[in-house]
Ligand binder design. Sequence first.
Ligand SMILES: NC(=O)c1ccc[n+]([C@@H]2O[C@H](COP(=O)([O-])OP(=O)(O)OC[C@H]3O[C@@H](n4cnc5c(N)ncnc54)[C@H](O)[C@@H]3O)[C@@H](O)[C@H]2O)c1
Ligand SMILES: [Zn+2]
Length: 391
Amino acid sequence: MMEARTVRQRIDVKWDFPVTFTHAVFAPGNPALVETLHRLGENRRHRAMIFMDGQVASALPLLAKQATAYFAAHPQHLELVAEPQIVPGGEAVKNDFGLVEKFMRLMIEAHLDRQSFVIIVGGGAVMDAVGLAAALVHRGLRQVRVPTTVLGQNDAGVGVKNGVNFLGGKNAIGTFAPPFAVLNDFDFLLTLPDRDWLCGVAEAFKVSIIRDRAFFDELVASAEKYPARDFAVMQALVVRCAEIHLEHIRTGGDPFEYGRARPLDFGHWSAHKLELLSSFRISHGEAVASGVLLDSIYAARKSWITEAELAAIREGLQRSGFRLWFAELGQRETDGTRTIFGGLRDFQEHLGGELTVTFPRGIGARHEVHEIDLALMERALQELEAFASSR
Ligand SMILES: NC(=O)c1ccc[n+]([C@@H]2O[C@H](COP(=O)([O-])OP(=O)(O)OC[C@H]3O[C@@H](n4cnc5c(N)ncnc54)[C@H](O)[C@@H]3O)[C@@H](O)[C@H]2O)c1
Ligand SMILES: [Zn+2]
């Protein structure tokens, strides 16, 4: 019998993507985009295609023209191979795999190659769906993200993932694909509906509670300024929150999540399920705000955070204008169990291996647990409902 022979193989791959904060990204005098596409100093015109969130295009009717004019103003470095493609905005774009196929067809028909650029202008949902298409065509085109929501700029857009919903599973299909670059243009935030303006604030609370006490204190101190649409305060939030997410990806030791833990998904096991149970009427950020408070109540009942820390989280989220209870959280299966608890199974299945859920341990630090006491979580849900209805 032949002896087994193993050739050991180890590959280290380096990724390097700048995240630039700017205003008026398509103004002809703003060098950020052309410098970004040209940053490797390659001596050619960079071929690019733009995919634009339909709601952004409606809110800014001149945007597609401005983007086209930007390319025309930089003919030595840039070439736009097609008119900007307007795509459906919001979660709908992630619920129809046919759209991903359509985006891939457009990229292939435009003869984009692996050194061409796909520029995605839109919310987290559009970036996730178009990003998946861009990652699949020729095994990965260069992707430049121009996120247009708070959540897109401070979380989804600066991450390394894409994905769409499939067979009733949130983000059931997707890849890990770091962008070539990210351009966060604050001006896009000005046209957001109030609801989407707030959503990214939930992710800021999430990340501050498990990673950064000083940032959490700032969020609580500024809470009323978010629903009041204080632009300067929101810009500061976006920058700090994006920095913390980037730092986690850079230093966390597992950017592509081969391990089972997903520390940045604190409060997300229930949030993902809540989005699904509401057929996505509840948005990701809204569901995260509620999920963060639910898991914070559980953490307090386990004495992982103090009563005062829980009160600060509760007040901070509430004063930021979040609705914290949704009827779907009360939904029960025929055997009486809360339907939302199915989120724990989905979470485990998505990550693989043992159930791992991240909780705060004090504010600014975290730990992982592998078992959830459902009776205690049931009481945490009751407490959440009682708090929300007392307001
Ligand atoms: N890939 C990741 O790492 C990651 C991380 C977090 C969240 N996500 C995903 O991101 C999605 C949520 O993203 P989101 O909060 O940006 O919501 P979204 O993309 O659904 O956008 C919210 C709404 O605002 C509209 N919109 C976007 N920009 C606008 C603007 N500037 N002016 C007016 N309207 C605008 C959109 O068309 C949509 O209707 C979820 O699907 C979530 O799962 C992905
Ligand atoms: Zn999230």
